[in-house]
Design a protein around this ligand. Structure first.
Ligand code: FES
Length: 154
């Protein structure tokens, strides 16, 4: 298993020309495949690029798009920026927490959903806004939370 992973990482690094400047692109590919950055993969990337592991971890922790812990198959992001806040964003978040039984930053036990919050998505006029994966849900109400979740759950 580990040997296969090592070969895959090496092949991924080779695909990016073995270039240290491609570190972010390499991490994006790993994140896309695993939905997070497994520590073993980071070690192998560091080895393949001949850079210290601490530098790889530094990049992996700097960007919000990367996660060092397993994430759900789907990510529900509730906007809590000012415009969404005054239109009920916190109540929407409460309902997601109640339905999913997790707090922001956590992933459901079945691995289906990770709950997140964001300060503003830049589309305040359609708030409160919830984003599931890449789908924007405008003018979200508490009653829509369950149907939204059902749409993404297998
Ligand atoms: S405050 Fe929610 S999109 Fe701007």
């Amino acid at each position: 298993m580990l040997r296969v992973e090592t070969a895959k990482i090496q092949s991924l690094v080779d695909r990016h020309g073995g270039d240290k400047k491609a570190l972010i692109a390499i991490l994006q590919d790993i994140q896309e495949e695993h939905n997070y950055l497994p520590r073993d993969c980071l070690k192998q990337v560091a080895k393949a690029l001949k850079i210290p592991l601490i530098d790889v971890i530094g990049v992996a922790t700097f960007y919000r798009a990367f996660s060092l812990t397993p994430r759900g198959k789907h990510t529900c992001t509730v906007c809590l920026g000012t415009a969404c806040h005054v239109r009920g964003g916190p109540k929407i978040l409460d309902e997601f927490e109640r339905q999913l039984k997790v707090k922001p930053g956590q992933t459901t036990k079945d691995g289906q959903f990770t709950l997140d919050t964001v300060a503003c998505l830049g589309c305040c006029a359609i708030g409160p806004v919830v984003v599931v994966d890449k789908d924007y849900h405008a003018h979200t109400t508490m009653r829509e939370v369950v149907p939204i979740l059902k749409k993404y759950k297998k």
